[in-house]
Write a protein that binds this ligand. Structure first.
Ligand SMILES: [Zn+2]
Ligand SMILES: [Zn+2]
Length: 433
């Protein structure tokens, strides 16, 4: 039994819109191991073609409720957890709602039963690996919990304006408004790339849920850009217990749980593409105060700007910035290794020199998350040079500058100060996965 491990439970397959063709089970297995992720969501299990691959290529892992590739070395293989993200489009309280919800299940028969239940309600599941349903988030939770009482139902990227359960455009003011009497069975919520736990801690109603982070990757490169770290037993029931006891409200039960939520690995939230407010088409980025001063409108075209995550948190916050509820697991903010290497070497993240440096580091230390978080900097320096070690040190210490993202535009991270740059320019423009 592994004692501490990273999970990345929100993923997509190549059958979801705008995803990489490389998203096959062998690639996901290998990528997760390179990144340092032990348990990976399959994503998209309601899609018939992807489910057929899951059914034929996966077998139960030695640990309850998890799966491994049939042909893989059973000890080292990435553990897969059956997961899907659904898009609920409906009306409630006189408003249009669009809410993304993750559903996780321990067995293929349970996944098949959930899929059948959606089909019986008229869902067309063959179009998109992230199906759009005319069902409420609560109805989806009810179906999942009926099929499998230990189902995990997790509202995805809760703060994003368009599809977050708490988002500015079509969300609610609390998870209780969204899930009503089922809210006690919603054990966790995903913070999303544009927010981090510290932002969520300002909203006391979120003390009832564990805060998860995951990559929501649409291609192999972005796997593990956010993760949730667990300690203890590796199994579906263990993961569920870690979520159940991962909230500040249930912190007292945590010590007795077989598996515990140890914290999350985060993007710098300003790097997320909905962090600030603005209108991307006109290059207008605004802080919440600037948006209020402008009457909420783009100064170029006069249209209402997209209200981002920071504003939305401010709106719902009932605690000051800097509050940390007792019993809240911690987090650390990182920059993906390729981006750090690119900054240190003065090349683009896709450059060959980055791949060479990464290969050297993986050979020496095993996986990317270990390099980013644990390996002593002197060892990093010996393997990849002083500049790379300095870059990783800066990321670990939070000494990076971020030009915030807004209205669908990712932010830009500067690992090194602008006047400290090798010729080719050390910064990156984060790209849409
Ligand atoms: Zn989503
Ligand atoms: Zn505009």
């Amino acid at each position: 039994m592994t004692s501490a491990y990273h999970t990345d439970l929100h993923m997509h397959s190549r059958f979801a819109y705008a995803t990489s063709r490389n998203l096959t089970l062998p690639v996901l297995d290998a990528t997760a191991r390179e990144k340092g992720v032990r348990v990976m969501g399959t994503g998209d299990f309601t899609h018939p073609a992807w489910f057929e691959e899951l059914r034929t290529q996966l077998v139960p892992a030695p640990e309850e409720g998890l799966h491994v590739r049939r042909d893989a070395d059973q000890h080292a293989a990435t553990r897969f957890l059956l997961s899907v993200e659904v898009s609920c489009v409906y009306r409630q309280g006189g408003r249009a709602r669009r809410i993304h919800v993750l559903v996780m299940l321990p067995t293929l028969p349970a996944a098949a039963a959930f899929t059948r239940a959606l089909e019986e309600r008229g869902a067309d599941l063959g179009i998109d690996g992230r199906p759009t349903l005319g069902l409420s988030a609560k109805a989806v939770a009810e179906l999942a919990l009926t099929v499998e009482p230990t189902a995990l139902v997790v509202p995805a990227h809760v703060w994003t304006p368009w599809f977050g359960a708490l988002g500015s455009k079509s969300g609610f003011d609390s998870l209780a408004e969204c899930f009503e009497d089922l809210v006690p069975q919603v054990l966790a919520a995903e913070t999303g790339l544009s927010a981090d736990p510290a932002m969520c801690w300002q909203v006391s109603s979120l003390d009832a849920v564990a805060l998860l982070s995951s990559s929501d990757a649409h291609g192999p490169r972005t796997v593990a850009r956010e993760t949730t770290r667990l300690e203890g037993e590796l199994s579906y029931p263990g993961i569920r217990e870690a979520f159940r006891t991962g909230s500040p409200a249930r912190a007292a039960e945590r010590a007795a749980a077989p598996t515990r939520l140890a914290g999350t690995v985060e993007f710098y939230p300003a790097e997320g593409k909905y962090h600030l407010d603005g209108h991307r088409e006109h290059g207008v980025r605004m802080t919440p105060a600037q948006r209020r001063a402008a009457g909420g409108r783009c100064p170029v075209c006069g249209k209402p700007v997209t209200v981002g995550v920071l504003s939305r948190v401010e709106e719902l916050a009932d605690r000051p910035v800097g509050t940390r509820p007792e019993g809240a697991p911690g987090f650390r903010s990182l920059v993906p290794l390729d981006e750090v290497l690119a900054a240190a070497l003065g090349v683009r993240p896709a450059a060959k020199r980055v791949a060479t440096a990464r290969a050297r580091l993986l050979e020496a230390f095993g996986d990317e998350l270990s390099v980013l978080t644990e390996v002593p900097l002197a060892d990093v320096e010996a393997a990849a040079g002083a500049r790379v070690a300095e870059g990783i040190g800066r990321v670990r210490d939070g000494e990076v500058d971020v030009e915030p993202g807004y209205d669908g535009q990712f932010g830009t991270v500067h690992v090194f100060p602008a006047d400290d740059a090798p010729a080719a320019g050390p910064h990156r423009q984060a790209s849409n996965p």
